[in-house]
Design a protein around this ligand. Structure first.
Ligand SMILES: CC(C)(COP(=O)(O)OP(=O)(O)OC[C@H]1O[C@@H](n2cnc3c(N)ncnc32)[C@H](O)[C@@H]1OP(=O)(O)O)[C@@H](O)C(=O)NCCC(=O)NCCS
Length: 219
């Protein structure tokens, strides 16, 4: 009986989330292609902000067994193509700000109050996770003339992070960066350049601190 009750609550949560996404899309006047796997658990108490200026749809897929906690912010603009892969966990307070292609491949844990800005493309590989308050951003702003609000000048790039990486708390990965598999980025670091496979990187700007790094005691 208890298992049945849990299933009912999960489906209800997914339905509320789906209905709220559809209502937000209607309000914004943007086509929405939504696919939430029945085994995913998406809170009905997420924050949904959809924007549209054209006819390009917003696409959102939430995969098998994924969990999206209450308070997660979906700020999606037309053209956004977002995949939250199977078994991923999106914790409370995370902000997904996308107008590009954001792919969380599989089993990605995005911890509390992290932010992903995706204007072009962002990929997080299999089992790659972010600790709390990490930032991934694939664009930057620049100033031109005094009458032009610099925030409107955006240079869009991409970010690709490999499999089994760990981006520790409050670290930032900036536009144009590619990170190999099995990399650890230490807490508070700012990654401005590509990192090869298997390293520990840290500092501002992040430098390679150790190669063939596993983090295992005594390694
Ligand atoms: C990644 C981490 C676990 C590495 O720990 P570690 O393997 O014990 O590494 P060490 O402490 O031996 O440090 C190795 C080198 O990196 C440096 N380093 C470690 N953390 C650093 C950081 N955040 N920024 C800059 N340099 C750092 C050390 O000073 C040391 O340099 P040295 O060899 O010149 O002395 C740790 O740096 C970290 O970020 N911890 C925070 C984890 C976190 O965010 N948890 C949130 C919940 S999941």
């Amino acid at each position: 009986m208890r298992a049945k009750a849990r299933v009912a609550v999960r489906i209800a949560g997914n339905n509320v989330a789906a209905q709220r996404f559809r209502a937000a899309a209607l309000y914004a006047g943007v086509p929405l292609e939504l696919d939430i796997h029945p085994s995913a658990r998406v809170s009905g108490r997420i924050v949904i902000q959809l924007w549209g200026w054209g006819n390009t749809p917003i696409r959102l897929r939430i995969g098998e067994g994924a969990i999206v906690e209450p308070g997660v912010v979906f700020r999606l603009t037309d053209g956004a193509d977002v995949t939250i892969g199977p078994l991923s966990l999106i914790r409370r307070g995370v902000v997904l700000n996308a107008s590009g292609t954001l792919t969380l491949v599989r089993q990605n844990m995005i911890s509390w109050y992290s932010t992903i800005h995706c204007a072009g493309s962002v990929v997080l590989g299999d089992q790659t996770g972010l600790s709390e308050q990490a930032t991934i951003v694939d664009s930057t702003h620049y100033r031109t003339t005094p009458d032009k609000y610099g925030y409107e000048n955006t240079l869009i790039s991409h970010v690709a992070i490999g499999d089994r990486c760990w981006i520790a708390a409050k670290a930032a990965v900036l536009h144009g960066v590619e990170i190999g598999d099995d990399v650890v980025v230490a807490a508070g670091s700012v990654v401005t350049k590509n990192l090869p496979v298997g390293v520990l990187a840290g500092g501002i700007p992040a430098r390679v601190l150790a190669e063939n790094y596993s983090g295992a005691p005594g390694s």
